[in-house]
Design a protein around this ligand. Structure first.
Ligand SMILES: CC(C)(COP(=O)(O)OP(=O)(O)OC[C@H]1O[C@@H](n2cnc3c(N)ncnc32)[C@H](O)[C@@H]1OP(=O)(O)O)[C@@H](O)C(=O)NCCC(=O)NCCS
Length: 169
């Protein structure tokens, strides 16, 4: 996780980073992911329209949302949990917002686990694109109309809304 999200932050820096989201100043919505009652990760979503200039850099389409995610327990990575977690998040949160037309996610081409995880959910990986800092990224996309192929059964995880001091879903 540190490779893609950077070294762990101090509690103070963590609080400073997430306080605007918890207070509602930043419209990004942050969730804790639980599996069988255990908190195992986080996922967040935002509208690309609120995130220039990166939205232009990735060619975000009108109404598209972005997502970020991680499994925070090393022993649970690489065991097929990510696709279940993200299917749950996409259905229960991201596409529950009827204004969201699709999701696009810039991912370092070297983060195979992450883009493979999205491909398993039906995202189209697309071509590799240059990224600020000289790196190369994919921008896998899933359109709302292509959601139907996902298993209609609800996966077993739950997500808890931490944004704007909201309660649980
Ligand atoms: C990204 C993440 C959520 C994916 O969840 P996951 O449960 O680990 O994903 P999976 O176990 O389904 O693995 C996804 C794919 O990666 C592949 N994979 C597994 N281990 C791998 C490895 N060591 N190297 C490369 N690919 C690997 C698997 O083959 C799998 O594809 P397959 O089922 O078609 O074979 C999780 O790995 C994670 O939290 N990573 C750290 C944080 C991060 O990178 N977040 C995303 C930033 S964009």
């Amino acid at each position: 996780m540190a490779r893609w999200w950077g070294a762990p932050l101090s509690l103070e820096k963590l609080a400073a980073e997430y306080e605007p989201q918890l207070s509602g100043e930043d419209p990004t919505r942050v969730y804790i992911v639980s599996l069988a009652g255990r908190q195992i990760g986080m996922a967040q979503t935002y509208r690309w329209a609120d995130n220039e200039p990166e939205a232009t850099e990735i060619g975000a389409l009108p109404g598209e949302a972005g997502i970020d995610y991680l499994i925070g327990e090393p022993e649970l990575i690489g065991r097929g949990i990510g696709p279940v977690m993200l299917e749950c998040f996409l259905r229960q949160v991201v596409f529950a917002d009827t204004g969201v037309t699709g999701v696009s996610v810039p991912i370092d081409v070297k983060n195979t686990r992450s883009w493979r995880c999205l491909e398993k959910l039906g995202f189209q990986r697309g071509e590799a694109l240059p990224r600020h800092g000289g790196e190369v990224q994919y921008v896998p996309r899933l359109r709302r109309q292509d959601l139907g192929h996902l298993d209609a059964a609800q996966p077993g995880g739950t997500v808890t809304d931490c944004s704007h001091s909201a309660g649980t879903q």
